[in-house]
Design a binder for this molecule. Structure first.
Ligand SMILES: Cc1ncc(COP(=O)(O)O)c(C=O)c1O
Length: 196
């Protein structure tokens, strides 16, 4: 367990310059000993599903996000699918999804049996706005997934106002915005509108 972290080799770019490709290790290096200790503890306790580590995480994550509850699941895609299923959204329902997001957001909608309807995003922030959402609403729309991206928080209040007027649910995908906040409110920070 004492091996040094693998170094990601710089990518050769035409013209002689080099850029590092996805080198996250400088962020992790000073935490590595703690990560390894925690992994050792989890492995030795066989705590792969549930257990005190998850219990602690759920409590602390809910507190951090300023919400009453957090539920740990296997990954972000499952979080969205389970949220949709929990809300009774599936076959025959449409879910508004920003076109600018990872494939997982739409894949989770499909996994729940519903149909993603893609909408464009604001060219300045690359986030979905209430006017983008409004343009996509139809009789089969059941929900909109707001994706907070690049550490930015989308205007959930404005989108929620539109959604409330049309009787649809707002789900927040904060997989790329852990800890991001606006107006003292974290993403995701409203129940029951949060996923991950
Ligand atoms: C915006 C967004 N939503 C959902 C996901 C899916 O998360 P996971 O890869 O844990 O299933 C990701 C993954 O990076 C993501 O960036």
């Amino acid at each position: 367990m004492n091996a040094s972290p693998p170094r990601i080799e710089p990518l050769d770019v035409e013209g002689g310059d080099t850029v590092p490709f996805y080198a996250l290790w400088p962020q992790h290096e000073h935490l590595l000993a703690r990560f390894r200790q925690q992994l050792d503890d989890v492995v030795m306790a066989n705590a792969f599903v549930g257990g005190p580590w998850l219990d602690r995480f759920e409590l602390r994550w809910a507190e951090y996000c300023g919400v009453d509850h957090a539920i740990g699941v296997a990954n972000g895609t499952d979080a969205i699918e389970l949220t949709l299923r929990g809300l009774g959204i599936g076959l025959g329902d449409e879910v508004v999804v920003p076109a600018n997001t990872i494939v997982a957001t739409a894949a989770a909608v499909v996994a729940a049996g519903a149909t993603p309807v893609f909408v464009d995003v604001d060219p300045g922030t690359l986030l979905v706005t209430e006017s983008n959402v409004l343009a996509a609403l139809g009789p089969a729309t059941a929900a909109v997934i707001v994706v907070h991206l690049y550490g930015q928080v989308a205007d959930v209040d404005a989108i929620t106002a539109v959604a409330d007027r049309h009787g649809i649910v707002v789900i927040e995908d904060a997989a790329q915005a852990h800890g991001a906040a606006t107006d003292g409110r974290r993403a995701p920070g409203q129940e029951p509108r949060c996923a991950r």
